[in-house]
Design a protein around this ligand. Structure first.
Ligand code: IPE
Ligand code: IPE
Ligand code: MG
Length: 243
């Protein structure tokens, strides 16, 4: 049996499209790091004549299912772009709702992270987030710190350019021998020690990077789908991996 189908035993029916896709995957060639730009919540809500925040609420469901699915697929690292540094420019009510949804998620899903042996962490300028969010993030990071399965990173208040600014400032402070080499930069990235994403997925159809992981995606395969984030689920992730 393909070892990848093991995590799905009893969950998907053996002759489904999903089971067939799983069988075709070569475990050796599985992505070591999948990064996802989760876009399209607002449009999902607009189509349904709902307020944007309902789109974000529906988006949380996709976050949960994709995390669990990636863990079952034995993906070593998953990075989800949840809030960019540019997203502060959105209306205050929308920004506050996003933090509230994150707090709810962290409260309700710590159990699921534990059950799936997932190690949670963040990238981005976390010190600029509301203090209640920071506290809860620290709690979940601490509680999952000895898990040995998939590493999950939420990119929060993240900007690829800011990350590089932080890298250069760190290097300027910490050393007086120059020139700087590429590996010096790599060692100071927020993602230091992680493999670069070999697969970058963007939902919502825009052909843009939106300031995500600028250094790290130099060689990533890019998979853009028109599916809006709240409609994106495990099977979509599987199709992206398959392709
Ligand atoms: C992505 O969905 C979620 C965040 C950036 C937090 P959007 O809110 O950008 O949805 P669209 O792009 O307006 O549809
Ligand atoms: C990208 O979506 C950022 C996140 C998914 C957090 P945006 O909707 O913020 O990006 P743009 O505005 O399309 O570049
Ligand atoms: Mg968007």
């Amino acid at each position: 049996m393909n070892p990848l189908t093991k995590g799905f035993e009893g969950i998907i029916s053996p002759d489904s499209v999903e089971a067939n896709l799983l069988k075709k995957l070569d475990p050796i060639r599985l992505p070591q790091h999948i990064a996802i730009i989760m876009d399209g919540n607002g449009r999902w809500a607009r189509i349904r004549k709902l307020p944007r925040i309902q789109g974000h609420r529906a988006g949380v469901k996709s976050v949960k299912s994709v995390i669990e699915y990636a863990a079952r697929l034995t993906i070593p690292v998953l990075t989800l772009y949840a809030f960019s540094s540019e997203n502060w420019k959105r209306p205050e009510h929308e920004v506050n709702t996003l933090w509230r949804l994150l707090r709810q998620y962290l409260r309700s899903d710590l159990v699921t992270l534990q059950q799936n042996n997932i190690r949670f962490n963040t990238i981005g300028r976390i010190s600029e987030l509301p203090s209640t969010v920071q506290k809860q993030l620290a709690h979940v990071i601490q509680e999952t710190s000895s898990n040995t399965g998939m590493k999950l990173f939420l990119a929060l208040n993240y900007s690829g350019r800011t990350e590089l600014v932080d890298v250069f400032n760190k290097l300027l402070k910490s050393r007086n021998d120059f020139p700087i080499e590429a590996f010096d930069i790599e060692s100071c990235l927020y993602t230091a020690g992680l493999p670069d994403p070999d697969l970058l997925v963007r939902t919502g159809g825009e052909m843009r990077i939106s300031n995500f992981l600028l250094w790290q995606i130099a060689y990533s395969e890019i998979y853009v789908t028109d599916v809006l984030w709240p409609d994106f689920g495990g099977l979509h992730l599987l199709k992206a991996v398959h392709e």
